[in-house]
Design a protein around this ligand. Sequence first.
Ligand SMILES: Cc1cc2nc3c(=O)[nH]c(=O)nc-3n(C[C@H](O)[C@H](O)[C@H](O)COP(=O)(O)OP(=O)(O)OC[C@H]3O[C@@H](n4cnc5c(N)ncnc54)[C@H](O)[C@@H]3O)c2cc1C
Length: 437
Amino acid sequence: MSEESFDVIIVGAGVLGVATAYYIQKNSPDKHILLVEKALAPGQGNTAMSAAAVRNMFASSTNQILTDTSMKYFEYVQSELGHDLLFEKTGYLWLLSESQFKHESVQVWMERMKKSGIHYKVYSKKELKKLIPGLNVDFTGDEEAQLMNLQQVDYGLFGGDCGVLDPTRLVEHYFEEFKKITHVKPRFGVYVQRLLLEADPKLDLPGEPYVWQNKKITGIITDKGTFRAKTVVLATGAWANELLDPVGIDSMTKAKKRQLFVIHAEDSPKLKALLNTKGFNEIGCIPFTIVPSTGVYFRPQLQEHGFWIGCGDKLGREYKYFQTDEMMVPESAYYENSVYPVLSKYFPAFEGARPVNSWAGGYSYSPDKIPFVYTECGVLVINGASGSGIMKSDALARIADALYRGLPEAELYGGKKVPSNMLSVKDRKVEIESVII
Ligand SMILES: Cc1cc2nc3c(=O)[nH]c(=O)nc-3n(C[C@H](O)[C@H](O)[C@H](O)COP(=O)(O)OP(=O)(O)OC[C@H]3O[C@@H](n4cnc5c(N)ncnc54)[C@H](O)[C@@H]3O)c2cc1C
């Protein structure tokens, strides 16, 4: 089989791998960069499975910077470069009970957003009722709702700069830009079986590397041959453990299954009215909405005239190795028994609504719910986006590029500078993120 050498190999052509390939090539024009991906096209992994909602409403200043600068870049791509990402500022609406709203964590969250200049607005129950006539805010006397531990709606926390986009178009943008400047044709349908760990320097002794030798990742072994590079970038998201565990590098991340269910509004006047709720944004649609406590949310899907329904269920949803077959299969019983009963209580417009489509993928969770970007033994790892890798993609790719070039700081879109090691394992400088879905 063939053995070729490059300056950089990037494994994984999801949004993070492709954006990183673009920034590294742009800032190191002479380097030969090979992008490899097991799927037949870019953006087919969890990027394609995503709800692709984007928000700068985070509690940690780290996630605020990563998302705020990325979203401003997306806006620039759409309005200045003319690449339509279908980025629509629908807004994000968190529905909260009195006790949730008054909870210290929410107060800290709002304080930190204010400090960082992130715009948000608080709606009262009365205002919410007026804007969303079908919304059920009070479950007094509803035994079923009480049995389900549903909290009533007292407040709405709304971020008007947030919205939704098309993840495929975002990947296309980075991929097209990368293709214009790369010297090496990206390779699809190439499955990386193993990272190549070798002695540094090699003594060509049988069975090396030995424990007393320095070691380094020097390439990848794939089903199409072995490829070597000075730097291997691992952007395999929820699959990171599959390649890092065998060489003894702890990815520090675990995958959890996440699912989306598509509901069409066309045949339901009530759902149509909900979708076309006015008063929150210039589009005249209902924002991306999260109901209290259960993790159930919906994304308005304007092109499809409907909704994507999801749930960030926590306890009881196992962490596991991301195994394609089982992790990628949506569970209709999960919609029927867990998601639908909650959704239709808060929004009776969904009563009787059944999915016309559904899919599943995985989140790559880090312990503090903030991504990792670090270099270890010749491999540059980008993962742990914790369910928000689309909205952080531009900033993460720029940080990865700065690390690659050995720069102490990364310049994010808009000129903001951050330490390039701030998302590393060893020199991590981040708070714990409390606002995850
Ligand atoms: C249901 C769901 C909803 C989500 N909603 C949102 C949201 O609203 N907003 C948001 O910002 N994020 C959301 N996310 C998270 C978001 O999709 C991810 O954070 C993001 O796509 C991560 O990008 P990535 O490039 O790391 O991963 P991926 O897109 O998964 O890319 C990794 C790539 O590596 C390839 N690969 C893996 N192993 C190998 C191998 N051995 N050899 C070759 N190639 C390999 C895979 O095929 C894949 O293409 C959601 C995710 C899911 C599943």
